[in-house]
Design a protein around this ligand. Sequence first.
Ligand code: PLP
Length: 355
Amino acid sequence: MTAIRVDLWGDSITRPSSDMKRFMMAAEVGNEVEGEDPTTIRLCEMVADLLGKEAALFVTSGTMANEVAFLVHCRRGDEIILDRSAHPLHTEVGGPAALSGAITRPLDGARGVFTAAQLEAAIRPPSRQAPRPRLVSIEQTSNLHGGAIWPLEAVEAVAAVARRHGLAVHLDGARLLNATVALGVPPKAFAAAADSVFIALTKGLGCPIGSVLAGSRAFIDEAWRWRQQLGGGMRQVGIIAAAGIYALENNVERLAEDHDNAQHLARGLADIPGVEIDPAQVETNIVHFGVAGSGLAATEIRDALLTEGVRMRAIAPMGMRALTHMDVSRAGIDEALTAFRRVVDRASGTSQRYA
Ligand SMILES: *Cc1c(COP(=O)(O)O)cnc(C)c1O
């Protein structure tokens, strides 16, 4: 098998750099389950500060952050309103149903972004029969919609409706920092609209493990208990929390490079005959495109690219996905584009197969 030289499979595949690993090795640690790990305490203070919240909690994953937040906000039979594409609906093994027992109410947003009016229309009036609407969850940026950004005004408008009806607001900020770097808006501005918010350390920030969930002191006190019940209490966890500190100090501003590389990839793909993409829709580090005009199925392109040392995903019969991240340079993007062109050119000789 050809070694993969340019891996655009996802932004969670980054490996910790030597500097990050050195920083992790030097971390002071303690028993985090008793709140005695100084490095994790510092990371949580940094994230709470970044997001303008009273407190924060280190958790194993973004999935645990969402599910713990739902457990704090919702009782069994309560309703969570979120976009149809939202991560908890597709990639958390039915977590909302299995754990908090909440029912989910999907909305059809525009590329993951629903409006205040859509929310308003979905909120049920108080009733003895209906589930109780309890929480609105917003995903920034929208993963399944190619990293689309929720504008600040859209988040604020949705949050205002939620509050007027007594619903809480959760921000799935797995890639919140991609949005804030792209917009030049501080993360606090988005977090201010939410009661709970998390950021992933493993999506684009270069850490091997972890997410950090933030909210009020009371929210985090409850989150701490649910994390323990889910078996997410870790002991000398400062050794990995240190990676988060390193990432927040070194790897946030550079997300702009990933966005530039994604634009470069999108423009290059747009020039390849048979590829359908609007580079203006590539707002952050996720690139979605169609290949219907290429004469090849997405899986055929994916497999042919692998033999060229380039990895992307086929996400639909004619749809593909590539993510930029800190382990892929501009030269790597150029290499991927050259390989892509070669694959499509080669196919054009055999395209009568598909005619
Ligand atoms: C990746 C992701 C998660 C979950 O994070 P894990 O650490 O993989 O569990 C949640 N929400 C969004 C939007 C994500 O992209």
